[in-house]
Design a protein around this ligand. Structure first.
Ligand code: TPP
Length: 374
């Protein structure tokens, strides 16, 4: 049975929490090398995340939103994408960007405040981060609709959090997506918290996935800490987006969008400016740590005979080297100049912005750049 044919409140899972395969579940058709690479990327995400938090603490990077605990949702879903599919991220999809083809140093540049880090690499169909919550849902629906009108055969995936489902933009975007039957996958990272607001204060709905039904298309809840389940569900949703093979009997016509609710947990803080210990207790964190995607995938691969201690050590070392090199490379880039905040936004500055730019130039002339960069 297709994962998408399950009832919306039934969570799709392939790996049990201990990494054994769930009774009756089918492991996606990925080669041994692909499965090992998927594991490497999960681990890579974790290590990168820890280094990024530490860079921020050392004053070498700006505010950063950690993703530990959320690697499976990112890597698993990004693996399902074709090169010409478009990604509309929030601000936490570091590993989606990496899988999609951004270099780690460019990802770091964004968080180091450089404009360079906002520009997608040539040929990579991924928008820059959206910090205003849920605005990317509208962009994604518009892009998917445009793609359909142009007769393209690609799809769009849009990432956002559980908190975003309370925004008007989310509802407007999904409503249009349903009405115009657009080739989009809406991927909700339900990490249980919107900063300090828990999931149950966000909505009285039993699941976030079921919200799709109000808009006339399918919603599916997946274990977001199971990389194989996330991959499978996203792949099927993307296929449906492109080929319209799904269907919603309620309104009697094939519909192409899907809302995926990936149930997961952020182990760390909302951002490096947040302290989660003031609003959640350790027991809760410990509960979710038992679902950690990395030991789970590791134990699955050990059972399959694809990983042993030696191989894991080699992977760990290669990850450390790659992340260290990316940090060096990002730090070697020229520091962003203050006037860059006026660039790459409007073709022509408004009179008010022009005035602000002149003021900045005056300050630089009077005090020098060093004072402004401090
Ligand atoms: C329109 C808007 N309102 C408020 C904020 C402040 N804000 C930043 S993150 C956040 C919580 C978002 O939670 P969620 O959507 O669950 O995503 P998560 O950060 O957990 O991935 C809020 C309210 C914002 N960035 N944009």
């Amino acid at each position: 049975m297709s994962a998408l044919q399950r009832a919306p409140d039934e969570q799709v899972q392939i790996l049990n929490d201990d990494g054994t395969v769930r009774d009756g579940a089918t492991v996606p058709d990925l080669s041994d090398d692909q499965l090992i690479e998927m594991y490497r990327q999960l681990k890579f995400g974790r290590h990168f995340d820890e280094r990024a938090v530490s860079l921020q603490r050392q004053g070498r990077m700006g505010t950063y939103p950690p993703m530990s605990g959320q690697e499976a949702a990112q890597v698993g879903s990004a693996w399902a994408l074709a090169d010409d599919d478009w990604v509309f991220p929030s601000y936490r999809e570091h590993m989606v960007a990496y899988v999609k083809g951004w270099s780690l140093s460019r990802i770091l540049l964004y968080w180091m405040g450089s404009e360079e880090g906002k520009a997608p690499p040539a040929g990579v169909n991924m928008f820059t981060n959206a910090v205003p919550i849920a605005t990317q849902v509208l962009h994604a629906t518009g892009a998917a609709w445009a793609s359909k009108l142009k007769g393209d055969d690609n799809a769009v995936i849009c990432y956002f959090g559980d908190g975003a489902t309370s925004e008007g933009d989310f509802h407007e975007g999904l409503n249009f997506a349903g009405v115009f039957d657009v080739p989009a996958v809406f991927f909700c990272n339900n990490n249980q918290w919107a900063i300090s607001v828990p999931r149950e204060r966000q909505t009285a709905s039993a699941t976030l996935a079921q919200k799709a039904h109000a808009y006339g298309f399918e919603g599916v809840q997946v274990d977001g800490m199971d990389p194989l389940a996330v991959y499978q569900v996203t792949r099927e949703s993307l296929e449906k987006a492109k080929n319209g093979t799904g269907g919603n009997e309620d309104i009697g016509r094939a519909t192409r969008p899907t809302l995926i609710e990936a149930v997961q947990y952020r182990f760390g803080a909302h951002t490096t400016a947040d302290d989660p210990s003031v609003y959640r207790d350790d027991e809760e964190v410990e509960y979710w740590k038992r679902k950690d995607p990395i030991p789970r995938m590791e134990s699955f691969l050990r059972h399959q005979g694809l990983l042993d201690d030696e191989r894991i050590d080699a992977i760990t070392q290669s990850i450390k080297d790659e992340v260290a090199d990316a940090i060096t490379q990002a730090e070697e880039e020229a520091r962003p100049q203050p006037q860059q905040i006026f660039e790459n936004i409007y073709e022509e500055l408004s009179p008010r912005q022009q005035e602000q730019l002149e003021y900045l130039q005056e300050l630089r002339a009077r005090h020098g750049d060093e004072v402004l960069l401090e």
